[in-house]
Design a protein around this ligand. Structure first.
Ligand code: NAD
Ligand code: TYD
Length: 369
C-alpha cells in the first residue's frame, strides 16, 4: 500500500476476517482510509466496527453483485486497492443451500472484477491492486502422509463452498491473464480469533462450553486443520499488498496442524481453568460444567459426520515466507489463550450476533444430526 493507494476498499469488512483486517489497517497505517462494502448477511455485524475513527472509515451497506454501486464507490473514493473478503464462508451452510454460494462467491466476485476492470483499465490505466482472499479448501483433501498444499497443487474442491471459491479464484486469474488486471490471491488455512461468528468450530465450542450445551464432534473428530490466527493472516495480506507480485498466488498457514478433538480438548481445558479459578465467571456462566465442579469434556458429543467431509488440510507457506517475508507469530498456546479470553471479555458481542433464531436453528440442527 503505497501513498498512491491510500483509499482502500474492503468487501466483507463487517465479517470475521474483514473486521480484523480493517481494525489492523486503521491502527497501523495512519494515512490510509477504508471504504467497507458489506451486505450485512447473518455473518456480518456492524457493531464489530464500532469505535473506529469515523473520519477514516466509510461503511456502505450494499451487495458486491451491485456493479453500479461498486463502480460509483471506486470512482468517488478514488480507490486504488481493493481487498475482497466478502463471501458465503461456511461449509455446512453450503451443503444445506449451495445457491447463495454460487451467487456471492462466483457472481459477486465477477461483478467486482468487471467494475475494477472498467474503472482501472479503461483509458490510460491507473496503478491498482485487486487482492482476492481465498482458501486452502480449493486444493481438496490430504491423506495423513501427504505433503502440505503448495501453490502448484491441482484444484480439487469437494464442497459447494470450496467449489465456489475455486470458481472465483479462476475468474480472478483470468482477469489478470486476459485483461491485465493487477491481482493477487492468498489461499489460507482455517482462521480463528476475535469476532468470529459462533458457527465455525472454535467460537461455537467456546460459547457452547460456557452455556453448558453439547459440543458436536463430526464423525471421529480426527479431521485435521492448520489453525491460523486471524492477526497472522491479516499481516500476511498486508505483506502481499506491499510485496506480492501481480498474477501470483500465495499460500498462508499457521504452522499449527491439529485434529479437531485436540482443539476441543484444549478449549475445554482452558475454560475449565479460568472458570474454576473465578467466582465471577462461575456466576456469569452457571451452566458451564466448570461452574459446577465438573469438566467441560463431559459435553463432547459425537454426531453424524458432515457429508463429503475433507479429512486434512495443511499448508506449505514457504513461498510466502520467501517472497513476502511472512511468518506466523502466534503459537497454539498464545493464540488460543487470547481467543478464549476475548470471548470471555466480549460476551455482549457474541450474545448480540447469536440472536434467538440462530440459537434455535443451531439447537435443532444439532438435534437433527
Ligand atoms: P464471514 O462469513 O465471517 O464474513 C463474510 C462477510 O461477507 C460478512 O460480513 C457478510 O455480510 C459479507 N457478505 C456476504 N455476502 C455478501 C455480498 N453478496 N455482498 C457484500 N457482502 C457480503 O467470512 P470470513 O470468515 O471473514 O471469511 C472472509 C474471506 O476469507 C472469505 O472469502 C472466505 O472464503 C475466506 N476464508 C476464510 C477462512 C476462515 O477460516 N474463516 C479460511 C480461508 C478463507
Ligand atoms: P469449520 O470451522 O466449519 O471449518 P471448515 O469446515 O471450513 O474446515 O470446521 C472445522 C472442523 O471442525 C471441520 O473438520 C468440521 C469440524 N466441526 C465439528 O466437528 N463440529 C462442529 O460443530 C463444527 C462447526 C465443525
Amino acid at each position: 500500500m503505497s501513498d498512491s493507494r491510500e483509499h482502500i476498499m474492503v468487501t466483507g469488512g463487517a465479517g470475521f476476517i474483514g473486521v480484523n483486517f480493517v481494525r489492523r489497517v486503521l491502527a497501523t497505517r495512519p494515512t490510509v482510509s477504508v471504504v467497507v462494502l458489506d451486505a450485512l448477511t447473518y455473518a456480518g455485524n456492524g457493531t464489530s466496527l464500532e469505535q473506529l475513527p469515523a473520519d477514516r472509515l466509510h461503511f456502505v451497506h450494499g451487495d458486491i453483485r451491485d456493479q453500479r454501486l461498486v463502480d460509483r464507490l471506486l470512482r468517488e473514493h478514488e480507490i486504488r486497492t481493493l481487498v475482497h473478503f466478502a463471501a458465503e464462508s461456511h461449509v455446512d451452510r453450503s451443503i444445506d443451500g449451495p445457491d447463495a454460494f454460487v451467487a456471492t462467491n462466483i457472481d459477486g466476485t465477477h461483478s467486482l472484477l468487471k467494475a475494477a476492470r472498467e474503472y482501472w483499465l479503461s483509458g490510460s490505466g491507473t496503478p491498482h491492486r485487486f487482492h482476492h482472499v481465498s482458501t486452502d479448501e480449493v486444493y481438496g483433501s490430504l491423506g495423513s502422509e501427504d505433503p502440505p498444499f503448495t501453490e502448484r497443487n491441482q484444484y480439487q474442491p469437494n464442497s459447494p463452498y470450496s467449489a465456489s471459491k475455486a470458481g472465483s479464484d479462476h475468474l480472478v486469474r483470468a482477469y489478470h491473464h486476459t485483461f491485465g488486471l493487477e491481482v493477487t490471491t492468498t489461499n489460507c488455512s482455517n482462521n480463528y480469533g476475535p469476532y468470529q461468528f459462533p458457527e465455525k468450530l472454535i467460537p461455537l465450542m467456546i460459547v457452547n462450553i460456557l452455556e453448558g450445551k453439547p459440543l458436536p464432534i463430526y464423525g471421529d473428530g480426527m479431521q485435521v486443520r492448520d489453525w491460523l490466527h486471524v492477526e497472522d493472516h491479516c499481516r500476511a495480506i498486508e505483506a502481499c499488498l506491499d510485496r506480492g507480485v501481480a498474477g501470483e498466488l500465495y499460500n498462508i498457514g499457521g504452522a499449527n496442524e491439529r485434529p479437531n478433538l485436540e482443539i476441543v480438548g484444549k478449549l475445554c481445558e482452558m475454560i475449565d481453568e479460568r472458570v474454576g479459578a473465578s467466582s465471577d465467571l462461575a456466576s456469569r456462566f452457571p451452566d458451564c460444567p466448570a461452574s459446577k465442579g465438573s469438566s467441560s469434556q463431559s459435553l463432547v458429543t459425537y454426531v453424524t459426520d458432515r457429508p463429503g467431509h475433507d479429512r486434512r488440510y495443511a499448508i506449505d507457506f514457504s513461498k510466502a515466507a520467501a517472497d513476502l517475508e511472512y511468518q506466523p507469530q502466534e503459537t497454539f498456546d498464545s493464540g488460543f489463550s487470547g481467543t478464549v479470553d476475548w470471548y470471555l471479555e466480549n460476551e455482549p458481542w457474541w450474545r448480540g450476533v447469536m440472536d434467538g433464531s440462530y440459537r434455535q436453528w443451531l439447537d435443532s440442527n444439532y438435534a437433527s444430526r
